[in-house]
Design a protein around this ligand. Sequence first.
Ligand code: SF4
Length: 369
Amino acid sequence: MMGDMEIPALYAPCRLCPRRCGVMRRAFSAEPPGYCGEGAGLRLACASIHRGEEPPLTGKGGSGTIFVSGCNLGCVFCQNRQISSGPRRDPGAAGRRGPEGGPPPGPLGRLVDTDEIARICLALQRRGAENINIVTGSHAVPALVEGIAAARRGPAPGNGGTAGGPLSIPVLWNSSAYEVPETLELLSGTVEVFLPDLKTLDSALAEQYYNASNYPETAAAAIRKMLTLRRLRVEKWEGGTESMVSGVMVRHLVLPGHLGSTRKVLRWFAEHCAGQALLSLMFQYTDMAAVYPADSSFRRTGPKRRISEAEYHTVLNWLGEYGLEDGYCQDPPGRDPAADARWLPDFERTNPFSSELSTPVWHWREGFV
Ligand code: SF4
């Protein structure tokens, strides 16, 4: 568990992630924020029981997702744009000031303290979640570690709304892998399952689409570090259900027109992770500029189309070529772009996802629901 004395040192100046901004992260600061746009406090967007993760993460009860506001990477086609983009990437935010002269309001979210993080975790567990799935928390590690530690100690006295035992389900770290080994070390006593992306190993593509030319070597080092922290363990239950209770699952989103990047990722995974981690291939890429033509923040966009059938089958053939069998693969996209858009989240809604996919537990505007 992080001690109270360590938190200010990690944020002042902040060198928590590979951006190494060196800014002083305070609740209300006259200084410009760092790249992630977040101050000292942790802001959350929503928490829900999610049924759309890979089978051993969803299990029977669903995954207890907690979406963190802000992000230290900045993919140009981010589907969670409403909650991820900080002032630095928000056109028009430059020069604006927020309450009490602090930084301008960032993406959607609400400040939470340690007690509220713990109560959210316990509410998810009480509603049957198989795990706590922290989404994009790389810029907020200290507060998340504190909150999960509090949940593991159990409900605070007098918190009738969080009756039940201490947090006992596994904690998942669902991240971009744009992280440094020292910060990942802080998670070693907290996280059981690492769920990193490996977006690309091509630095030009990383600069073009992810605003980080050093993403390839940084993410590769982060995933190697994760492999040293947790060994793969998947429990199988009667009826064929599985639960991933420890280890690493690497996710890769295949980009239309960039299969060379995917091939490199598959080769790297085969050489460095096969037998030690699971692979999850995703084909859900959506051209966000087409979905939200009026949103100028998508002006630097990614590919203008979806994955083709031919690209899908090419990638599947490569899995065989590299002998990659342990993992999961999304179905190819449908033929109707409007149908794909219906799966995109809207964090203004109490349930940002469809009711088929998700049951809300906490929302930045309403609190517990
Ligand atoms: S966590 Fe935020 S402020 Fe800190 S180094 Fe990373 S981007 Fe910069």
